[in-house]
Ligand binder design. Structure first.
Ligand code: NAD
Length: 425
């Protein structure tokens, strides 16, 4: 990189977002069009962006669509989904419609319980360290609860500890888990603060050295389960049902397939997590590590036939989302999405999200086991391709419908169609 393009920009964080954009643009040689795009994208929201992240210069608008037809635990619910991927929302609407005759989605939850880890090293007897920590349970409870009296006031707070000795490449370590009910918060900051407050006392009591103090995203005490039954006639008959079950067996046995099968589930899950201002990375990390917790990476969901020959889908996954904390309370769009959902607790939100994941999985498996994924996907993708080649106004629909009719949703074909339209042929 030449000096002019050096990534060093002195004092960038102290500038206003407008000054920052100018400074970055000058360094990167951005033209007026790009500068205007970035400035326009954040219009009315740049102060919020500036409060949420460092060095903010703009923000990006991801479409929010609404999934219809959802019934979760007997309640009709409209679900906002933030995603840039075509066909994700349509797939959920379709899957949810097909299980309405059997009552939609039924859920259960283990409650909003999170854990933070404290790593203890250097003790001559890690097993003794383990027991010494257990002996201090009452003091640990007091230290943790004093760290977050507000959480305690809302009915949450310290619940328990778990202490393990793990084998590592450099020898055994004692790992302390503090287990905390975080109520309507995702809880990362809450449990991290407790872990940091507790660590020096553990050192004092055990003579070990403490190193890392942070939550685990493998939130296996905050698991939500969703179940739905799709009647045979809504699936397309016994053959489709059996093929969908075979598709599931494939995913559960083969990590190459499981990765894509689970990505489909996360298409639904992450879209609601994002729309509500929750932490998509925390949910993704928890979901994948939960599947692989026993050393094999398989399907997040389970599919089987019931006694009447209908298809039953089950999805069980950690769901650490909140209504308080992070961007959930600060971001007006997230707040509006939460209002649309009509949820009063983080637990209710978590149940809806897992139901959406299951709906998404049904739609993807059914498409794959029948016509293939590209038919529905490409029909929606045609619009994107039309935009990509520069179609504007009415041209977008015209190009997209010709692409679909030809069954060739490709950029080169779109360019030909657009050129023909513009030449008036
Ligand atoms: P937070 O600290 O902003 O809010 C939680 C706090 O709100 C509680 O500790 C409590 O004091 C208070 N509160 C008020 N009313 C409450 C209620 N009804 N229920 C529960 N608490 C209530 O946020 P958080 O949820 O602790 O942390 C979430 C944030 O942490 C997210 O932005 C996430 O991205 C970030 N984070 C994540 C990780 C990770 O996932 N690895 C690590 C660090 C930070």
């Amino acid at each position: 990189m030449s000096d002019a393009r050096s990534s060093r920009i002195e004092g960038l964080h102290k500038m206003t977002p407008t000054e920052r954009l100018q400074a970055v643009a000058a360094k990167a040689g951005l033209g007026n069009e790009a500068i205007a795009s970035l400035a326009q994208a954040a219009e009315g929201r740049i102060e919020l962006a500036d409060r949420l992240v460092e060095n903010a210069i703009s923000s990006i608008a991801i479409p929010i669509g609404v999934a219809t037809n959802m019934i979760v635990d007997g309640r009709e619910v409209l679900v906002p989904m933030a995603t840039e991927e075509s066909s994700v929302i349509a797939a959920v609407c379709n899957a949810a419609k097909r299980c309405r005759p059997t009552g939609g989605f039924f859920t259960s939850s283990s409650g909003p319980v999170m854990a933070a880890q404290i790593q203890l090293l250097g003790a001559s007897d890690p097993e003794q360290v383990r027991l010494k920590v257990y002996e201090r349970l009452d003091e640990i409870r007091t230290i943790c609860n004093e760290t977050d009296p507000l959480l305690v006031k809302f009915g949450g707070g310290f619940r328990d500890i778990e202490v393990r000795v793990i084998e590592t490449a450099e020898g055994p370590m004692t790992i302390v888990h503090i287990i905390v009910d975080t109520r309507d918060a995702m809880g990362a900051n809450a449990v991290n603060s407790m872990a940091e407050a507790l660590a020096p006392r553990l050192v004092e009591w055990t003579g070990a050295r403490s190193l890392l103090r942070i939550l685990t995203n493998l939130a296996d005490r905050r698991v939500v389960r969703a179940r739905a039954v799709w009647p045979l006639e809504e699936i397309g008959g016994e053959e489709v049902r059996d093929d969908m079950i075979s598709a599931y067996h494939f995913a559960d046995a083969d990590p190459y397939r499981a990765a894509t099968h689970n990505k489909g589930i996360m298409n639904g899950v992450s879209a609601v997590v994002l729309a509500t201002g929750n932490d998509t990375r925390a949910i993704e990390a928890g979901a994948h590590s939960f599947v692989a917790r026993n050393g094999h990476y398989g399907s997040m969901s389970r599919w089987e036939e019931d006694a009447d020959g209908n298809l039953v889908g089950i999805l069980e996954m950690p769901m650490a989302v909140g209504l308080i904390g992070g961007a959930t309370k600060i971001h007006p769009t997230a707040q509006a999405c939460l209002k649309l959902l009509g949820v009063e607790t983080a637990d209710q939100l978590a149940r809806i999200i897992v139901s959406i994941g299951l709906a998404q999985n049904f739609a993807a498996m059914r498409a794959l086991a029948t016509t293939g994924i590209q038919k529905g996907h490409m029909a929606l993708h045609a619009q994107n391709v039309a935009l990509l080649v520069g179609a504007v106004g009415d041209e977008i629909d015209q190009v997209a419908s010709e692409l679909k009719a030809l069954g060739k949703v490709r950029q080169d074909v779109a360019e030909e169609i657009l050129a023909r339209l513009r030449a008036g042929k």
